[in-house]
Design a protein around this ligand. Structure first.
Ligand code: S3P
Length: 171
């Protein structure tokens, strides 16, 4: 079992899909944002506000080095900017959760905790800027991915099933 790294834009559902995969497989799920929050004992939005984005990116770099060296057989969900780490391919199989920008925003907005979900993501504060970021990142996500899953209008359960099937074929 190789590591699986889930990449994709903010709000696409990496956390929900990771939970489903770990429920239906032997993979234990970890999340780079959760690791950073517990390392710093601080919420991501406060790290951005107090220390700045560059500091946060350095923490992501440290996590990426640790993942490569020390983590095996694990499902790793990542923050939307984690794909920039240059050792991603060495960490594991890269799975992109893909969806159009408008569908991602619609997905967040219909969630019962929509306000919280938007607030906790500093880079989603301004939707016009977020769309620019999405357009910049999507080609890079697609280029990196070993496996692409279109998650639009699909439940996390169905995405998880599709992921496990495709990973099995890939290895
Ligand atoms: C970020 C995505 C966030 C979090 C941070 C920065 C990004 O994670 O890592 O706010 O640069 O896209 P999610 O993708 O889980 O929202």
């Amino acid at each position: 079992m190789k590591n699986i790294i889930l990449i994709g834009f903010m709000g696409v559902g990496k956390g929900s899909v990771a939970r489903e995969v770990s429920l239906h497989s032997e993979y234990i799920a970890i999340d780079t944002d959760d690791l950073i929050e517990s390392m710093e004992n601080k919420k991501i939005k406060n790290i951005f506000a107090d220390n700045g984005e560059e500091y946060f990116r350095q923490l992501e770099k440290n996590i990426a080095k640790w993942l490569e060296k020390s983590v095996k057989n694990t499902l790793i969900s990542t923050g939307g900017g984690f794909y920039k780490q240059d050792n991603l391919k060495k960490i594991g199989i890269i799975v992109l959760l893909d969806s159009p920008f408008d569908a991602i925003i619609a997905r967040i907005k219909k969630h019962p905790n929509a306000v919280k979900k938007l607030k906790k993501r500093p880079l989603l504060k301004d939707l016009e800027k977020a769309k620019i970021l999405y357009d910049e990142r999507r080609p890079a996500y697609l280029k990196l991915a070993n496996i692409v899953i279109n998650v639009t209008e699909k439940s996390p359960q169905d995405c998880a099933k599709e992921l496990l099937k495709k990973v099995k074929k890939h290895v």
